[in-house]
Write a protein that binds this ligand. Sequence first.
Ligand code: ASP
Length: 424
Amino acid sequence: MKLFNWYFKSNLLLRIMLGLICGAVGGLVLGEEISWVSPFGDIFVRLLKMIVMPVVMFTLIVGAASVHPARLGRVGVKALGIYMVTTGFAVGLGLLFGNIFKPGRGLDLTGAGGEVAKTTLETPSLLDTVINIVPVNPFNAITSGEILPTIFFCLMFGIGIAFLRESEDQRIKHAATTVFHFFEGGAEIMYLVVHWILQYAPIGVFALIAVVFGTQGAEAFGPLGITTLAVYLAFLAHMFLVYGAGLAIFGLSPIKFFAKAKQAIVTGFVTRSSGGTLPVSMEVAEEEMGISKGVYSFSLPLGATINMDGTAIYQGVCAIFIGFAIGAPLSFEQQMTVIATAVLASIGTAGVPGAGALMLMMVLNSVGLQVEPGTTVAMAYAMIFGIDALLDMGRTACNITGDLAITCIVGKTEQEMDVSKWRS
Ligand code: ASP
C-alpha cells in the first residue's frame, strides 16, 4: 500500500528515469532471462498508439479554430511562412547531425528477439507523400492512423470553425461555437488520458529497456549518449545559426535577443511545455522586446501550437537512430520523406511535455517503420522514449526560442516594435 502511494505521489520524471535505470540494471544482471517482462512493454506501446490520433485530431482542430480569422491576414501569413521555413531547416539540421554522428550504429536489435521490421520496400516516394496529404476520405485517414491527411483535414475543419464562429448569422455562430466547445472539451479529456498513460510509463519503459539491455548488454549505453549529444548540438546550432542569422539579417542583435529571451527559454527547458511557457514568452515579448500586442498576441500562441523546431530536429536525429539501431539505415529518399513528414508532424505536436515522442511514431510510419509491439523498431523507439525527458527539455527550449525569434522578426519588419528597447 505504501509503495502504491509512493508510486502515484512521487515525481513522474523521477519514476521514468528510475524505470529506465532499473530496466537497464535488471537487463544487464539477468540477461535474456528478463524477456518475460516484455508484455508489459507491449502494453505501453499499445497505449501510446491508442492515444496519438485522438490527441492530434482534437489539438489541431482546437488550435486552428482558436485563430481569429481577421488575424489570418498579413501578420498571420508572414509568421506562418517563416515558421514553416525555419522548421524545414530544423529537420534538415537534425538529419545532418544524425548523419554525422550516426547514433544507433553498432546496436543490433535484430539479435534482441524482436522480429525484423518490414522496412524500405514499402516506403512511399516523396511525391506520393506530398500528394497523399490530401485525403480522399478523411474518416478513413483518421481510422487508419494516416497522420498527414488527418492534419490536413483537421486544419481545414478548424479554420472553418474559426470563420463560422464570427458569422453574422446568430444561428450559425451559435452552432459553430457549440462544435468548438465540443472539441475543446475533447482536447482537455485527451490530455488527461495522456496523463494517465504516463503514470504507466515507468513500468513500460522498465520492461522495454530491460529487454534491450538483457540482450545487448552494456553496449546499448553508448548509442543513447551519442543520440543525446547529436540532438543537443543540433538544437544549439539551430538556435545560434538559424535564428541568430535571421535576427541579424533584420538588424536585431542576436546577443541582445538571447539576453532578453533567457527567462522564457529557461522556463521552456524546465516545464517542457510550449503551451505552459506562453505567459512567460508573452511577458518577455512585451516588456523586454517591445513588440506590439497585435503581433505577439497572435504569433506567440500560434508558434506554441505549430512551430516546433526543436521537435523537428529531434525527429530527424531519432529517425536516423532508429534506422541504424534496426540495421536498416535510412536511404536518401527516406530522409527526404522524413523532412516532409517531420515538418507537418511538428505542426500537429501539442505544446505539452512528451508530445513530440508520440509524433515520432508518425514520422517513422511515413518511411515504412511501424512501431508494432515485439518488433525491433519498437525496441529502438523505447530506448529513445526512456531518455525522452532529457531530450524534451532541450527541444522545448528550442521551440520557445523559435517562437520568440520569429515574433521579433515579424514585429520589426511590420514596424510593430519599440526599437528603443534594443538600443541600450
Ligand atoms: N514538449 C514540447 C513543447 O511543448 C513538444 C514536444 O514534446 O516535442 O514544445
